[in-house]
Every structure is written in structure tokens, then in C-alpha cells.
Design a protein around this ligand. Sequence first.
Ligand code: 13P
Length: 210
Amino acid sequence: MNGKSVREQVLATALSMNSLGLNQGSSGNVSARDGRGFWITPTALPYDRCTPDDLVWLDWSGQGRGRRKPSSEWRMHADIYRTYPEAGGILHAHSLYCTTLACLERPITAFHYMVALAGGDSIRCAPYAAFGSQALSDAAVAALRDRSAALLAHHGMICHAADLDRALALAVEVETLARMYLQALAVTEPPVLSAAAMAEALSRFSDYRP
Ligand code: 13P
């Protein structure tokens, strides 16, 4: 996203998340780290009605500037940035397949080696807590330990990456895995790869770049 300001990148990612079918309406939220805080999408405003001036900058305690109210999930974004210094961008979506699994309170197992893309041998499902609550933030931070993606029970999914392009690409991969996992579950509980196979996949991903 060369040449775009951070807030333009956040808005572009939110629009892409919806146009790619990963999210709908004003559900979900997107942010990017910037200095001693982060830019985040405003609450309850459909992204196709947002301009970059509607984005809100907040510091880690939720103090900030902007003409709009920040996303109700600002605590979850702030706590992820504070806990995981490698996070440069965060995307939270109500994508159909991840959310279906989340409604079943099911993590994604090591049924496919691509699960390692999110950092381990499963993509956890954080327990339910009300949207916008500190309890949800705490649950998300815990589910993201050694992982870059997690499901949120009866809610959706969340992921982070070094930048928003990578976070969006990761969200597409996780949603695809969720879809494949649900298709497999419709036949039977799929077998899982061994710990050794997943460790090898993780090690190969550490060197997977153009
Ligand atoms: P916001 O519109 O406040 O970002 O909330 C959407 C959402 O998905 C809450 O989890």
C-alpha cells in the first residue's frame, strides 16, 4: 500500500475485507499501529460511507483524537498491540465459515498443514464474552498466544500481522481453512497431522517468502 497514509490503509483494508466477502456491513473492525497508538475504524459506520477523516487515532489507554467514536473493540486492538509487539495491523471479521465454527465453539485442528500459517498446530477458539468488553479482549489475547489468528466464540475471527496487507491475506487463508474444515466435518471428523508434521510445516513457513 505504498504512498497511502496509515488511516487510508486502514480504510482500504476494511473495504477490501467486505468486497472479498470476508465481512459485511459495519461488522468487524480494522486497525494499524502508528507511533504510540493506532488508527482504528469508527464504530457502527458502514465502511463504504467512511472517509479517511472518519478514522480514529487512540493511544494504548483509549485516549485519542477523531470526529467519530472509535470501534467498540478498541480495547481488544490496544491489548493485542501491547501484548504482541510484532503486530502491525489487526483485522477482526464476521466471516461466514470462521464464524460458523466459532458458533460451534470449535477450534480449527491440524487437519491441514496450512493451519501452521497462523503459528501453531491449531487455531484456537476464544470463549464467548460480550462485544467491546475487557473480558473479550482478555480472551482474544490469550487465544492469540504463539498464534496470529483466533476464532471468537459466537462472534467471528481476529488476526494480526506485521502489516495490513499480510493481515488481510492471512484472514483469507484462515477463512478458506475454516471452509475446508467444515466441509470435511460434514463427512467425518478429519484426522489430524502429527506434532512432528506440523513442526516441520512451521519450520518450512519460517523460510517461505518470494
Ligand atoms: P464496531 O462497529 O464498534 O467496530 O463493532 C463491530 C463488531 O464487530 C463488534 O465486535
